[in-house]
Design a protein around this ligand. Structure first.
Ligand code: ASP
Ligand code: MG
Length: 415
């Protein structure tokens, strides 16, 4: 059994869906499990629908119609008007409208999961029908019945035993199966989601439960690169990289694979291929046990929108455990994410992220006890397997505010 994952960019229009069929034909599709995301930017569009619904905005009907039109345009490109898929999709839109009329729960996270899951349901329904039509016969499965989770809406935790039991009952021998990424369901069949960009993780869950021989994630880049092409001009394709190394890169900010994807694969030693749906003949990157990184090169990651905060005691006493634990308690309270820590006798510097715009409040609270200095909107640049040449290049290009170095990684906070 092989698992293939296609993300939103690889199924964003009719042409891309035809390309998916082509890839399946050339790769083979017997004993394949396909995990697919919502088309294009549909998850963002559904998020807006949820906002409009909960704020009683007049935009709701327009926003839903935009989503309907987007899918309809793809349907008209792929099918005859008489094809039953039109009716199936219309019925699913009706379910959404009915939910809006009947729902009494105003909890954002709950409503979000009940609605946003339709992005993946639409895409998989459409693709499954299209593949059947072109002779690639397949079975469609509702991931909400397979991936069982708790009720932490928008960030649901997987019940691995229940999930594996469900998935192992499927008839996968010599079949092509299709299901959704990102979504799951509770034991009472209430829809849940696994966190934004969670389809990679879903694919790893399916691969784990199926004891798959490999997972392939098809992307719009040639594979895992040594630097994000959005920020770096020169990048290099990594042919091979270990599970541990990709986790390190993800930790420092690489966004190529959702970090939760790796652990289930590593536990069963299932190789992960990252390949290009644009150039499917290329072999891309393989992530396995063993060789750390090949070719051996430096890897760059960057986290923007960081805050460098330095904290000193008011009486110039030492920064000790007691102070540090107090500071961390406040970080937790204000949902601040800490990406780097540096400690000296009387001051403590942290590079933090403020996803819930709580920094102002945190600052006020901390300044009751400490002397604070900070730099807003700095970047955290990390280099794995650095060389002295790399270091000099960074120092000549940027104003470096802080440096931290271990044997394999050097990190700079830069302006
Ligand atoms: N469609 C979901 C999202 O955009 C999940 C995914 O694409 O991985 O976040
Ligand atoms: Mg997506």
């Amino acid at each position: 059994m092989k698992v293939f994952k296609f993300g939103g960019a690889s199924v964003k229009d009719a042409k891309s869906i035809i390309n998916v069929a082509k890839i399946l034909k050339s790769e083979g599709y017997s004993a394949v499990f396909l995990v697919i995301s919502a088309m294009g930017k549909m998850t963002n569009a559904f998020e807006e629908v949820v906002q409009s619904y909960l704020s009683n905005s007049k935009d709701l009907a327009i926003k839903l119609a935009d989503i309907k039109n987007y899918h309809d345009a793809i349907l008209y490109d792929l099918f005859e008007k008489s094809h039953p898929i039109f009716n199936e999709i219309n019925l699913m839109f009706l379910e959404i409208s009915q939910f809006f009329i009947q729902n009494k729960n105003s909890n954002y996270d709950y409503v979000y999961d009940q609605i946003v899951c339709y992005g993946e349901l639409f895409s998989t329904k459409i693709i499954s029908s299209y593949l059947n039509k072109t002779g690639i016969s397949n079975s469609w499965y509702d991931a909400r019945q397979l991936i069982k989770t708790n009720t932490d809406f928008r960030n649901a935790v997987v019940d691995w035993d229940g999930t594996c039991q469900n998935i192992q009952q499927l008839n996968t021998t010599n079949n092509l199966c299709i299901s959704q990424g990102f979504i799951g369901g509770t034991s009472n069949s209430i829809s849940t989601t696994l966190g934004r960009e969670g389809s990679d993780y879903s694919a790893a869950i399916f691969a784990y439960c199926l004891n798959a021989e490999s997972l392939t994630i098809w992307k719009d880049v040639p594979g895992v690169l040594n630097a994000d092409p959005r920020y770096f001009k020169k990048t290099e394709l990594l042919n091979q990289i270990s599970y541990r190394e990709i986790l390190e890169m993800a930790f420092y900010g690489a966004s190529v694979i959702h970090p939760k994807t790796i652990k289930p694969l590593e536990n069963k030693n299932i190789p992960l291929h990252v390949r290009s749906f644009v150039n499917p003949k290329e072999s891309g990157t393989i992530i396995t046990k063993g060789i750390t990184i090949s070719p051996s090169t430096s890897c760059y990651t960057i986290k923007n929108k960081q805050i460098l905060l330095s904290i000193a005691t008011k009486d110039f006493s030492f920064m000790i455990e007691h102070n540090i634990s107090h500071i961390f308690q406040l970080f937790t309270e204000y949902k601040i994410k800490v990406n780097l820590i540096q400690n000296s006798a009387i001051s403590f510097s942290v590079c933090i992220e403020d996803p819930y715009t709580q920094f102002k409040h945190l600052y006020k609270k901390l300044s009751e006890h400490y002397i604070l200095t900070f730099n807003l909107d700095v970047s955290l640049l990390s280099i794995r397997h650095f060389t002295t040449k790399n270091i000099k290049a960074i120092q000549s290009k940027h104003k470096v505010l802080l440096t931290q170095q271990t044997s394999k990684t050097i990190q700079f906070i830069v302006n």
